[in-house]
Write a protein that binds this ligand. Structure first.
Ligand code: PSV
Ligand code: MN
Length: 407
């Protein structure tokens, strides 16, 4: 029953409400901490100092948005040796969230200079494998089912290493990891065409990730990070192909203008995000209306925007675009497509994209007991100011210098 303060809802609104009920998006622990570019870092007083702060921030995002119940963690940054996994689970639970995907770190240690699994040195390959197996153990200890793999591996110069040999090393290692998965666990394999390797990246595109996932085993899927494509690449086509092959495991959402810029989702090209979601809703339409299981995740670390605001802004944009994409009339679209009516078919998409869904989002939020505008609610909650005070004090106690005064 709608509450008295809610406007009555029509079929279009009902469609949005049921679609939002099924949309969850994971936030990244690294999005709450101070990060920068290789040219420098601008510190934020409210930035998280440790995993406890990150869990508190992720909990705050979920409390206000109602659709971010999990937080992704990076093993090296969040789970230093000796971390008490049960305590992490307890703290996460106290903030109303749980631990999501586990991201092994196979790029920061000195031994990975020439790569992890791609490294010509078998002892480094073994160390990388061991780190992944340790990460599976962490996943089990914290109740996560996703091991999310991104590799910085590649070479900087022609002739630096044997490309085929590197591919084979990856194939072998990923098979070995897959063998250790339990039936519920999933391996997500992320691709990236450049950076930090500049001549050749070992898993450069979705085709390479697809082949490696296929050869690893049935629980390995491809992860699409929207920032990991060349300019003008048609990401929604990649998404459509992976969906059709049942090989789309998840997303790392962000936006970009030039490279892997980690800008907030939809800040540069919201229509592209809409088109990606349209492919997902289209797939559902063709499969009895059931949305495919996809791990939606955010991969953004903000240098300039306040971190929590940027995260909530992203979540709200993701919900809005997911809702808009749910409004595409697929039955009408397919008739127009079979008639070859290009203009009318395109208009079906444009009309959905241009529909104002803000009122429906407010209804959804009220039904969950959430604030109408989570971003405004954050701003007026005092949470950021309080976090800044606490964290500045702890920084001072730890002797960590902080110059900026921006919260
Ligand atoms: C690499 O650019 C990447 O997208 C991977 O997903 C990493 O885990 C993440 O960024 C670290 O920020
Ligand atoms: Mn990523």
């Amino acid at each position: 029953m709608p509450r008295p303060c809610e406007p009555s809802s029509d079929p279009q609104t009902e469609r949005i409400l049921s679609t939002l009920d099924q949309f969850r998006i994971e936030t990244p622990s690294w999005g709450y901490a101070d990060t920068g570019t290789r040219f420098g870092k601008f510190h934020q007083p409210a930035a998280a100092l440790d995993l406890g702060d990150k869990l508190a921030d992720a909990g705050q995002v979920h409390r206000l948005t109602g659709c971010c119940p999990t937080v992704a963690v990076h093993v090296l940054w969040d789970f230093p040796a000796g971390t008490d996994a049960a305590e992490v689970v307890r703290q996460a639970g106290a903030h109303g969230i749980s631990i999501g995907s586990i991201n092994p770190n196979l790029f920061q240690d000195q031994q990975y200079k020439l790569g992890s699994f791609g490294n010509p040195d078998p002892s480094v390959q073994r160390a990388a494998l061991q780190h992944c197996l340790d990460s599976i153990a962490i996943a089990r200890a914290v109740g996560s089912r996703f091991l999310s793999l991104w590799f910085a591996d590649g070479t900087n110069y022609p002739g630096q290493d044997n490309i085929r040999a590197r591919k084979q090393r990856f194939t072998d290692a990923l098979r070995q990891i897959h063998e250790r998965l339990s039936d519920e666990e999933e391996l997500l394999i992320e691709y990236k065409p450049f950076e930090p390797a500049f001549y050749q990246t070992d898993i450069a595109d979705w085709g390479m990730a697809y082949l490696l996932a296929k050869s690893a085993g049935p629980q390995a899927k491809v992860l699409v990070d929207t920032g990991h494509h060349y300019q003008a690449q048609n990401i929604e086509q990649i998404v459509a192909w992976l969906l059709d092959e049942q090989m789309l495991g998840g997303f790392h959402f962000n936006d970009r203008r030039y490279a892997d810029d980690d800008l907030t989702l939809g800040s540069i090209d919201p229509y592209q995000v809409f088109r990606i979601f349209h492919e997902i809703h289209g797939y559902a339409f063709d499969h009895g209306g059931v949305l495919p299981e996809i791990a939606y995740m955010i991969d953004q670390s903000h240098n300039l925007k306040p971190k929590l605001e940027a995260m909530i802004q992203t979540v709200m944009v993701a919900q809005e675009l997911f809702a808009k994409a749910a409004l595409v009339d697929h039955a009408a679209l397919s008739v127009l497509q079979s008639r070859g009516d290009i203009v009318a078919a395109e208009r079906v998409l444009q009309r959905a994209f241009m529909t104002d869904v803000t009122a429906a989002l407010v209804i959804w939020r009220r039904r969950q007991g959430l604030p109408d505008d989570p971003l405004e609610a954050l701003r007026s909650s005092g949470y950021i100011e309080q976090a800044a005070r606490d964290r500045m004090q702890r920084r001072a106690a730890l002797g960590i210098h902080q110059s900026s005064s921006y919260a």
